[in-house]
Design a protein around this ligand. Structure first.
Ligand code: PHE
Length: 355
């Protein structure tokens, strides 16, 4: 038997018996590798006489093609066998529950926003919204804070364009302007949302949340403001008694302006709202400045009213005993699992807010 015949019968048999990819690779190298049987045969062509050369070369070529074809067939068969084996052994029961089942939680800030909306909706406020990216006019100028006003510096603004026209809103107050320009008085809205200031430490994060309130009608006065806030804070902290004081302050967009403190006490390291003789500042408010009304196409000789702005994250920390503001935004699953709320536990005034 010639060498070619030998190679042919030996490898056809090897390929017929081959059932796994490792073995197939081995055979491939034995045949076509650097020192492979076929490769070596090609090297002999040169040593053949002129007469034999052609015949010999075509014989090797035929053998090479034959074995290559056979190899491809076996490779396909192995592939299909492997798939069939997998299908038989790796059955999936799609009706089984997930093994590591994690239930999602509502973030305390989202929960508090829902609570706030529920409380204010009870007394006739509707919810308004505005964009995070604001223009300089709505965020400052329309709010009686013209260019070069010192209050602009205090806001540590993130500007988004070189001409300082676009910015990330530094407070929710521009929603006052948007709401009044869009509609006709009276207005009675709250606007919760994200706000941004270039500031970061234990009690400041570059992004935080505020709640804006605006009530404009023919005869709204500071008494209404005080009553409204008193109602809100009592409902929110779920207390019957509340000590609250107005402390004179200044905002360009309100006149007069006040900051509101509530009384609290420390019991075993916990803050108890409503009693004691310590004071905690929780919001800024006042009567909307006539210039703001004019800028918003509202006639100040006919309409007046109050506005307030509250830090939502601060409220959430106080109510749920969370110590570091930054933890709100760290996306820590364990933290959220501990401080978060059941998604079905939607707060309403009737059922109770946080029970
Ligand atoms: N916008 C003010 C701030 O961010 C809060 C405020 C709102 C004060 C409305 C008065 C009236 O500090």
């Amino acid at each position: 038997m010639s060498e070619i015949e030998k190679i042919k019968s030996e490898y056809i048999e090897k390929l017929n018996n081959c059932t796994n990819p490792d073995n197939l690779n081995q055979i491939k190298t034995e045949l076509f590798g650097k020192n492979g049987a076929i490769t070596n045969q090609f090297k002999f062509i040169g040593s053949k006489s002129e007469n034999d050369k052609k015949k010999f070369a075509s014989q090797i070529n035929d053998l090479k093609n034959l074995l290559q074809e056979k190899l491809d067939q076996v490779s396909k068969k192995i592939e299909i066998d492997e798939i069939n084996k997998k299908l038989e052994t790796e059955q999936v029961d799609v009706t089984l529950p997930e093994r590591t089942f994690r239930k999602g939680k509502i973030h305390p800030v989202s929960q508090v926003i829902d609570e706030i909306c529920s409380i204010f909706s009870e007394v006739g406020f509707s919810v308004a919204e505005g964009p995070d990216v604001e223009n300089e006019y709505n965020n400052f100028t329309a709010l009686n804070t013209p260019p070069n006003h010192p209050a602009r510096d205090m806001h540590d603004t993130f500007y988004l364009s070189d001409d300082k026209n676009l910015l990330l809103r530094t407070h929710t107050s521009p929603v006052q302007i948007r709401t009044m320009l869009k509609g006709k008085p009276p207005f009675k809205i709250i606007a919760p949302g994200r706000t941004y200031r270039c500031d970061s430490d234990q009690t400041h994060t570059p992004m935080f949340h505020q709640l804006e309130g605006l009530h404009i009608d023919k005869d709204i006065n500071m008494g209404h403001l005080k009553g409204c806030l008193n109602y809100f804070i009592k409902e929110f902290f779920e207390v019957k008694k509340l000590k609250m004081r107005f402390r004179p302050s200044h905002f360009p967009f309100t006149e007069p302006s006040v900051e509101v403190d509530i009384g609290y006490d420390l019991k075993d390291g916990e803050i108890v709202i409503g009693e004691g003789n310590k004071w905690l500042e929780i919001l800024g408010c006042g009567m909307v400045h006539p210039n703001v009304l004019i800028n918003s196409k509202v006639d100040p000789s006919k309409y007046q009213g109050f506005a307030f702005g509250i830090g939502i994250d601060r409220l959430a920390m106080l109510k749920y005993g969370i110590k570091d503001l930054r933890s709100f935004f760290e996306c820590n699953y364990k933290w959220l699992n501990h401080y978060g709320f059941d998604p079905i536990d939607v707060p309403t005034n009737y059922r109770g807010l946080s029970r």
